[in-house]
Design a binder for this molecule. Structure first.
Ligand SMILES: [Cu+2]
Length: 472
């Protein structure tokens, strides 16, 4: 007993097993994927305190945000999307490096899913981190009405924190009745800063307080699911450390000026030690827009303490398997973002013909990338990239508005901002260009297909600031 089987005997033994229950083995393997079901549909949500009424929303599985999907790095993930909206939709897995056909871009990567139809998305979770999902069809309206959710890919070993929390941030434009103001596509929003709302929610609720315990360590995953609002959070008296940006690990560091800036679609993972005393109360504020600062929520400390000092544990995350750009061999391109109110753009190419800005505006288009205003998801690629080569793109914001620029299918390193090298060369899938900024990014074009490259202020995307990069 216990002597090793010869290789041949082992193979025969294994063959015997699979011959015996062979019919079961294949389905079992096929079902090793983590499977989820999502139904986008109309619903009602209690966004604001009950006395103000509830809100008609569109949401996944009847909840805002949609269910938090949690898988482990390396898992096969399968999501069956059954559309119960009155219009077509898709789901895009923001930041996940999926095969092109799973990217959820209507017409470009798939036929939109009509009412009553199903589409099955399937991909491997290559990278651990904080990601999210949302429609790419009429996104300004569909995301704006509440269609979004978190997709968390856990590291192989559990992260050493007392709590692992996700805050999906959103802002809503609500009327006094608490209903969503139905003015999507308003020209002022399109041509200025996008659809900024008047009510900010955390996980679908206006949260005045958040309960914490002195001494506890929280991993806080922040996701900006707003159409247009940029957040700049200050954690009053606390010293949060940024450990990941857009899902990917970064050298743990305190935020610049103690202010965590998160543009639409961007994510930040924090380690937040509750370093104040029991029974204290500390306000988290958002002061991104000058003169429009407000209190996001209050950290309310319980009357007891879980430990006296922060745990002495490594907070750095293990790296993700991303291809490192070869900067010396990189191919350079410039990409210019133009247009918007108070801009100098005279016109742009639209559907293959040059149009002056007045004609563009008449058609609800206000923005362009490299002189082209998108009118839909299907367009000639602005760049065709050779597979597995490094590309260094200089993104030039020639407008007076900020733009969070998102590339599908890849993550990139942010090399410099206005000529200054970035401290951490962070990986991102969405980079915020402040007005007139020039930002250099680099990545290996290792995922073949046609990929969207667009502003994630969804009103800017809808009014022209969108393009396609082709990797061949
Ligand atoms: Cu923009």
């Amino acid at each position: 007993m216990n002597h090793p089987l010869s290789r041949r005997a082992f193979l025969q033994h294994a063959a015997g097993i699979s011959a015996g229950i062979g019919l079961n083995i294949l389905p079992l393997r096929a079902d090793s994927a983590k499977t989820f079901e999502l139904s986008p549909k109309p619903g009602r949500a209690q966004l604001v305190p009950e006395q103000y009424g509830d809100t008609a929303v569109w949401c996944f599985n009847g909840q805002v945000p949609g269910p938090e999907l949690r898988v482990k790095q390396g898992d096969r993930v399968r999501i069956k999307v059954h559309n119960e909206l009155d219009e077509a939709t898709t789901v895009h897995w923001h930041g996940i490096r999926v095969p092109n056909s799973m990217d959820g871009v209507p017409y470009l990567t798939q036929t939109p899913v009509n009412r009553g139809q199903q589409f099955v998305y399937e991909f491997d979770a290559l990278d651990a981190g904080t990601f999210w999902y949302h429609p790419h069809q009429q996104s300004s309206i569909q995301v704006g009405r509440g269609l979004y959710g978190a997709l968390i890919v856990e590291e192989p070993t559990p992260y050493p924190a007392d709590r692992d929390l996700t805050w999906v941030l959103d802002d809503w434009r609500l009327a006094r009745s608490a209903e969503i103001v139905d003015d999507f596509g308003h020209r002022h929003d399109l041509s200025h800063s996008g659809r900024i709302g008047n009510t900010v929610t955390i996980n679908g609720k206006l949260q005045e307080t958040f309960d914490v315990h002195a001494g506890e360590r929280v991993r806080l995953r922040l996701i900006n699911a707003a159409n247009a609002r940029i957040f700049a959070l200050r954690f009053g008296g606390h010293d949060p450390k940024i450990i990941a940006m857009d899902g990917h690990p970064v050298t743990p560091h305190s935020p610049e000026n103690n202010r965590i800036v998160i543009g639409p679609a961007m994510r930040v993972d924090l380690v937040l030690d509750m370093s104040a005393n029991p029974d204290e109360r500390h306000t988290i504020t958002d002061d991104y827009y000058p003169n429009r600062a407000y209190a996001l929520t209050d950290l309310v400390y319980s009357n007891s303490s879980v430990r006296d000092r922060p745990p002495d544990l490594k907070i750095e995350l293990p790296p993700n398997p991303l291809a490192e750009p070869e900067l010396n061999a990189g191919i350079h391109h410039e990409i210019a973002f133009e247009g918007g109110a108070m801009g100098s753009m005279g016109g742009a190419m639209m559907d293959g013909a040059w149009q002056d800005i007045r004609t563009m505006a008449h058609d609800g288009k206000f923005w362009a990338i490299n002189g082209v205003a998108a009118t839909g998801h299907i367009m000639d690629p602005m760049l065709t990239l050779e597979r597995d080569r490094t590309y260094i793109l200089t993104l030039k914001n020639r407008t007076v508005w900020p733009h969070p620029i998102h590339l599908h299918g890849h993550s990139f390193r942010v090399l410099s901002r206005n000529g200054e090298p970035t401290t951490f060369r962070e990986w991102r899938d969405t980079v915020l260009l402040e007005r007139e900024d020039q930002v250099k990014i680099a990545f290996v074009a290792d995922n073949p297909g046609d990929w969207m490259f667009h502003c994630h202020i969804l009103e800017h995307q809808a009014s022209g600031m969108m393009g396609v990069m082709r990797v061949v």
